[in-house]
Every structure is written in structure tokens, then in C-alpha cells.
Ligand binder design. Structure first.
Ligand code: BG6
Length: 463
């Protein structure tokens, strides 16, 4: 039987991720799942527990709202260790605070450059014994560093104690993508090169780097969201059905697909940077880091040969929205009116801010003439997210359920795809905030009549 973790430790307790995601997730776990474990925050900020409690309060208030009962309990469970991650003494104090806990879960919500230092100290102080570790993305900087990080972690933790988090996998809409594909038999006969023309995934954000300039300078768009979030969505769209709902069956099937994706050809990648990025705090005046990336990918399988998959992700776009468009081939003959191919014959999966699963079809307009119009058949339309992805994922990690976390081989397979685009010597192309990125990105999809730009209506979803 898998043991449950008996303490929740998070490094980076005073940081941005803790503020935006971890405190709200902990409050949700307490409210919905009777979470009742010691919570130990660690940071090197010179803070005390009072200040951390204040921070936790602001965090939940700003992200989803304060639940009096659950937050009251969170405050009681919360402890704090202030210390330098490089000093052994920090970990001795952590070990003391862990008391009788035998199976702590350590969440590393810290910059990747610190992972190695922290896990080595966890090991030397005895805090790693019987423990699990949750590692934030990006897992490494490229294939070589991801392999090295896997080696470092494996020296201390067995693979089944390592949870590589990608919060996209915890999103309701992303889960539904997987469910919808494999719970409906009508889809399977269509889901291949015979009926599908191309697939587009767009992750647009209408804001910039929001004060995270120095973090962003280390990563850029490809490492921040493409190697992980976007490839995971692509995998769920393109993978074959797993033989069961077992975590390993699922992860092995994903791996098979990742290994069939051709490494990116830099000629099929466009990197952009929004004008104004270089004046952000923590950003180099001549930075070549991309805040936008668009690419064409190819999957070498019988199912997908010749079907282009496009990914586009960027900051300072016209809207905030993540959407998948699966374009079906046109009917072979226009028996009735001519139709603009891109406005019907598609599946659309809106992953955020709202959740939509729909199919674009043609129906006849009432009247004499055999003329038609486009309509959308909506299978699911939810105005907003129902469950915090971090609450789902942290709850799973505490129970030892790894299904929604990256496995060592899967993470390395994803880096293998992205690697060739990382050291592109080509200068990054500038684009104006509020636009869909550099013009060159449009050329990538020229064969498909361009990109599908998601439209976000003020109240509710929409195309
Ligand atoms: C994070 C990235 O992983 O995902 C951010 O670091 C990005 O740059 C965020 O803004 C988007 O997540 P969500 O859930 O708001 O779509």
C-alpha cells in the first residue's frame, strides 16, 4: 500500500508561486479534503511566522477568497524556518521541526538552479529518508541538464518518490480533453491523418512578465510553457489510448508519443519578444530571450504522418486564453454552397479562461435554397475553473499518485524535441504588445489559411 505523506514542507515559502498557488491550494485541501498535516514553509527572507501568516492571508484573499474555517486551520498548521538553503543548519532546524514525521513531502518551489543544493542537504540532514519530493518546472534547462538533474535526484530519491509538477495536467479542462478522447467511440475513427488536416494550440496571455523579469530571463517562453504545458496538451491530443487508467500505463503511452515527435527544426520556429520587455526590472538591455514562440511540429506515426501540429504561446497578446483547434479536412466535393473551410468542420477545446468542448458543423438555413450556416455543437461549456490545479496535484502527490506528474524518461523526451530550438543564434523578432506576435509566425501556418485567433467575449465563452 502506498503510504501517505505526514508533513508538507515547501521551499520558497515567501515567493511568488507560494503566494499565487500554494497557499490557495492548501486552503482548498483543508476545506475540501480534511487536510490535516503540519505545513512547514522555508525561505531565506529574514521573516518570522507572523509575517508568513500575513502573507498567506493576503494570498488566499487575492486568489479565490478567504474561507474563515479553512484558513484558521491553515494558520494553526503553518510553521516557518528562515534560513539559507546553502547552510546545513537550516536543514537541522527543519529536521527538528518535522518531529515524528517519517514521510514528509518536500516541495521545491524555488529556482531550478537551487534544486541540487537543496536535495543534497535534505539527504545529509536525514530529511530525505522516507520522503517524497515535488519539483517545479522547468525541470532543467535542456536535455543535458535535465538528465543531470534526474541523476542527482535518483542518487537520493527513488523514481516513485519524485513528482515533477506541471500544473497544466491538473487543470479540469486538460483532464477533460483526455476523458473526452477516450470515453467516446465516435471520435477514434476520425482521429487520424485521413480526417484531420492540422492541429493548432494557442496559449495567449494579455499580460507581460509581471515583475518576474529575472526569472523569465533564465527561461524564456520555450522553457517556461512550451517544453511542459504545451507539449503535454499536444500529447493528450495525439497519444493512443492507454491500456488502463493505471499511472504507469498512462505515462508509458505518453512517452511513446513524445518519442515519435520530431525534434524541432529551428527553421520551423519563430521566436519573438514584445517591445518593452527589455525595460522590465531584471531584464538585460540587449536581452535575446523570447516572450513568444510559434512552431510547427511533426509526429512520425501511422496515425499522424503529414498532419502538422502548431503551437503558439506568448506574453502581451491581444487576449488571455488557451485554445486547441483540430481542423478536419473539407468534404471532398462541394455538393451545396461553397464553404469557407476554416469556419466549420473542426473540434475546439477551450482550456482557459473558460472550458469549452465543441464541434463546428454546417446545417441548412431554413428556406428554399440549399444554403447553410456554421453552428457549434457544444458538449461542455463551463464559465470558469472548478478546482485549483495545484490542489488536485498536491493532493495526489501527498497520496503518492504519480499519474499527473512527469516521469524521468518523459521529461527527457520532451527536452529532446525542444533542444534544437534553444540555442538558436537568430535574433529574436520584436512585436508590439497587444498583437499576435511577429509577422513571421503567420508564415508558419500559411498553408492552413493562418492561425485561429481565440476570441474571448466579456461574459462567457465564444469563438
Ligand atoms: C506558468 C508560467 O507555468 O504558467 C507562467 O510560468 C504562465 O509564465 C502560467 O503565466 C500560466 O498558467 P495558467 O494556469 O494561468 O494558464
Amino acid at each position: 500500500m502506498t503510504v501517505k505523506s505526514d508533513a508538507f514542507v515547501f521551499f520558497g515559502a515567501t515567493g511568488d508561486l507560494a503566494y499565487k498557488q500554494i497557499f490557495p491550494a492548501l486552503q482548498a485541501l483543508i476545506r475540501d479534503e480534511d487536510f490535516d498535516l503540519p505545513i512547514i514553509g522555508i525561505a531565506r527572507s529574514g521573516w518570522d511566522i507572523e509575517k508568513l501568516r500575513e502573507r498567506a492571508k493576503d494570498s488566499v484573499t487575492e486568489h479565490g477568497g478567504l474561507d474563515k474555517r479553512a484558513f484558521g486551520k491553515l494558520v494553526k498548521l503553518l510553521r516557518y524556518v528562515d534560513g539559507d538553503y546553502k547552510q546545513a543548519d537550516t536543514y537541522q532546524r527543519l529536521r527538528e521541526m518535522l518531529g515524528k514525521a517519517q514521510h514528509p513531502l518536500h516541495y521545491l518551489a524555488i529556482p531550478p538552479s537551487l534544486f541540487e543544493t537543496v536535495v543534497k542537504h535534505l539527504d545529509q540532514s536525514g530529511c530525505a529518508t522516507g520522503a517524497r519530493v515535488v519539483v517545479e518546472k522547468p525541470f532543467g534547462r535542456d536535455l543535458a541538464s535535465a538528465r543531470e538533474l534526474n541523476r542527482t535526484l535518483h542518487r537520493i530519491f527513488p523514481e516513485d518518490a519524485i513528482f515533477r509538477i506541471d500544473h497544466y495536467l491538473g487543470k479540469e479542462a486538460v483532464q477533460n480533453l483526455l476523458y473526452f478522447r477516450f470515453a467516446n467511440s465516435f471520435l477514434e475513427p476520425l482521429w487520424n491523418r485521413t480526417y484531420i488536416d492540422s492541429v493548432q494550440i494557442t496559449m495567449a496571455e494579455s499580460f507581460g512578465v509581471q515583475g518576474r523579469g529575472s526569472f523569465y530571463e533564465e527561461v524564456g517562453c520555450l522553457r517556461d510553457v512550451v517544453q511542459n504545458h504545451m507539449l503535454q496538451v499536444l500529447v493528450l491530443l495525439a497519444m493512443d489510448a492507454p491500456t488502463s487508467h493505471d499511472a504507469e500505463a498512462m505515462r508509458s503511452e505518453k512517452l511513446r508519443l513524445l518519442r515519435a515527435i520530431r525534434p524541432l527544426d529551428p527553421k520551423e520556429v519563430v521566436r519573438g519578444q514584445f517591445r518593452g520587455y527589455r525595460t522590465e526590472q531584471g531584464v538585460a538591455k540587449n536581452s535575446q530571450v523570447e516572450t513568444f514562440a510559434a512552431m510547427r511540429l511533426h509526429i512520425d506515426t501511422w496515425r499522424w504522418q503529414g498532419v502538422p501540429f502548431y503551437i503558439r504561446a506568448g506574453k502581451e497578446m491581444p487576449v488571455t486564453c488557451t485554445e486547441v483547434f483540430v481542423d478536419l479536412k473539407c468534404p471532398p466535393l462541394a455538393v451545396f454552397d461553397r464553404i469557407a473551410p476554416r469556419d466549420s468542420n473542426y473540434f475546439r477545446f477551450r482550456l482557459s479562461p473558460d472550458v469549452v468542448i465543441s464541434a463546428g458543423v454546417r446545417v441548412k438555413k431554413p428556406g428554399e435554397a440549399m444554403r447553410g450556416e456554421n453552428v457549434e455543437l457544444i458538449a461542455r461549456a463551463q464559465p470558469r475553473r472548478v478546482r485549483l490545479p495545484y490542489a488536485r496535484l498536491l493532493g495526489d502527490a501527498l497520496r503518492g499518485n504519480a499519474e499527473l506528474f512527469g516521469r524521468d524518461d518523459g521529461i527527457e523526451a520532451a527536452w529532446r524535441i525542444i533542444d534544437p530550438a534553444l540555442n538558436d543564434a537568430e535574433r529574436v523578432l520584436q512585436y508590439n504588445p497587444g498583437t499576435w506576435g511577429p509577422k513571421a509566425a503567420d508564415e508558419l501556418t500559411a498553408g492552413e489559411e493562418g492561425w485561429h485567433n481565440p476570441v474571448v467575449k466579456k461574459n462567457g465563452n465564444g469563438k
